[in-house]
Design a protein around this ligand. Structure first.
Ligand code: HEM
Length: 499
């Protein structure tokens, strides 16, 4: 009764999108049917629902599976308030349960447990680790150029994701686990293992979603699922071996290592002992979550950045001009160049604005409270939020909000040169729970952009079946997305022509 009364009161004062089924449950699995299902693409309708309802905060209200209110936020002040107060707006941990299968970890925790993980994890993301990310990205891309693409003048890639999923995985493997993987590595598993580390990592990072959504008994139903099960076991064993191996080293035989695993182990040792140490299970949980958080997100961002640059050759030429100026004589970028590549950074930001990989960040209200908002007449108002309401930081809604991003559907990296509305940009979340790997992802992307575009002119592959399409149709096709754990490109076929 109280829930229903709260709902009636709320929808009386706040614009509302009513559906029978909620967004987070079953309702998010089907196409939109007004008043029944919110639609699979509800998060990727960008600013559309806010515009239709005439407000930068609206309520998604549902009756099933339980009566619920979900405040959708595309207002920078409201979002700032939420990310600025972790105690008032914690994470709804039940949504993060699937991330616990390797062990408790920083992403799927709250309160004191999260504080402890953050305190131990944050020091691993150090300057030397950033430098390692930079160097490893160069190594992985050079390996691709030299040993896979060879001396060909033109390379056609049917879907650029086929390049960036392995590339980001190899970089992460080196920078997180300290294990180098080469593109052409095809060795037999070491004794006692059924799979190589690369094989296990590859399968887990591709198919982990099945493990998250299927019950254990279902994991033997197909060959693919059985293989996934073995890959999980194998990866776990490799991680245990790596952890024990590092712990057993003596002071003399350790050359300095700056990968994240080492950082976590060091932090455990340097710490006060007792509670501040991570157990082996927690170490694995955290390292595994770095793998998940850092792999697909970066790969997808690079895919969209490359697609946008292929669609907009003028912006690609501006990028090339910057690369020629900052890196004369075609030299490789050094870590010190990162801040001079201003336009390259702007391209990355614009790709993240238009295609934020994490497109909804869930929170809930731990108390009856209010959120500030600018209404359609430009006045500051306060929106009451009842205790227990779900809240979604609607990243695409914010990133396409025309009040802060004029002409939001246009690819215009220059909007990030000079002054830009920082509070209206949330690809890495914000506040104390912002992304720990932000610099990791940025550096990796900057190296990738400079190395590929200094060597190649990139175009969309011409295909006979699309011969008659207009630019707008081509853009829509190439930038098409699928709603998965992160926003996923459907197919981006590219041609790389040597400059
Ligand atoms: C373009 C790439 C990336 C994007 C867009 C991104 C985005 C995000 C977002 C939105 C969150 C908040 C999630 C939430 O509240 O549920 C987050 C958290 C996190 N990310 Fe990233 N991320 C990226 C790359 C990485 C990388 C490369 C790593 C590590 C190697 C990483 C590690 C983490 C961790 C550990 C957290 C949890 C922080 C905490 O809760 O205290 N991320 N990321």
């Amino acid at each position: 009764y109280f829930q229903i009364r709260k709902i009636l009161q709320t929808i009386h004062y706040q614009p509302c999108d009513w559906t029978l089924f909620s967004r987070t449950g079953l309702g998010g699995r089907f196409s939109r049917i007004p008043f029944i299902f919110p639609g699979r693409d509800y998060q990727w309708r960008k600013y559309q629902d806010f515009s239709a309802l005439g407000s930068d905060i609206f309520v998604a209200a549902a009756l099933a599976p339980t009566v619920s209110l979900n405040f959708q936020l595309a207002d920078p002040d409201a979002i700032k308030e939420v990310i600025g107060s972790r105690a008032r707006f914690p994470k709804p941990l039940e949504l993060y349960k699937p991330l616990l299968f390797f062990g408790d970890n920083i992403v799927a925790s709250e309160h004191n447990e999260w504080k402890r993980y953050r305190k131990i994890s944050a020091p691993a993301f150090t300057e030397p680790n950033n430098k390692l990310v930079w160097d490893e990205t160069i190594r992985v891309i050079n390996d691709l150029f030299d040993n896979v693409w060879g001396n060909q003048d033109e390379i056609t890639v049917d879907h650029i994701l086929e390049v960036f999923m392995p590339a980001t995985l190899f970089i992460l493997s080196a920078a997180a686990f300290g294990r180098h993987i080469a593109w052409n590595d095809e060795v037999l598993p070491p004794s006692g293992h059924q799979m190589t580390f690369k094989g296990a990592l590859y399968i887990v990072s591709h198919d982990y979603l099945f493990k998250m959504i299927l019950p254990n008994w279902a994991m033997v139903l197909t060959q693919r699922l059985k293989k996934l099960n073995v890959a999980f076991d194998e990866l776990e064993r490799y991680m245990v071996e790596m952890i024990r191996d590092r712990k057993n080293r003596t002071a003399d035989d350790i050359e300095p290592r700056y990968d994240l695993l080492n950082g976590l182990l060091d932090a455990c040792e340097d710490d006060l002992g007792g509670d501040s140490k991570l157990t082996e299970r927690e170490l694995m949980g955290n390292i595994f979550v770095f793998l998940l958080a850092g792999h697909e997100t970066t790969a997808h961002t690079l895919c969209f950045a490359f697609a946008l640059l292929a669609l907009y050759p003028k912006e690609q030429e501006k990028l090339y001009e910057e690369i020629k100026t900052v890196l004369p004589d075609g030299r490789l970028p050094t870590y010190e160049d990162a801040n001079s590549l201003v336009f390259t950074n702007a391209i990355l930001n614009e790709a993240l604005r238009m295609f934020p990989p994490v497109n909804g960040i869930p929170k809930f209200s731990a108390e009856d409270t209010v959120l500030p908002m600018t209404n359609s007449s430009g006045e500051k108002v306060f929106v009451p939020v009842p205790k227990g309401s779900n809240i979604t930081l609607h990243t695409p809604g914010l990133h396409y909000n025309p009040k802060y991003w004029p002409d939001p559907h246009t690819f215009n990296p220059s909007r990030f040169l000079g002054d830009w509305p920082r509070d209206a940009f949330l690809p890495f979340s914000g506040g104390v729970r912002s992304c720990l790997g932000r610099r990791f992802a940025e550096l990796e992307s900057i190296v990738a952009l400079t190395m590929f575009f200094s060597k190649y002119r990139v175009e969309i592959k011409e295909e006979p079946q699309f011969a008659g399409e207009t630019f707008e149709q081509k853009k829509e096709r190439v930038l098409d997305t699928m709603p998965r754990l992160t926003i996923t490109p459907v197919r981006i076929p590219l041609v790389f022509k040597r400059r």
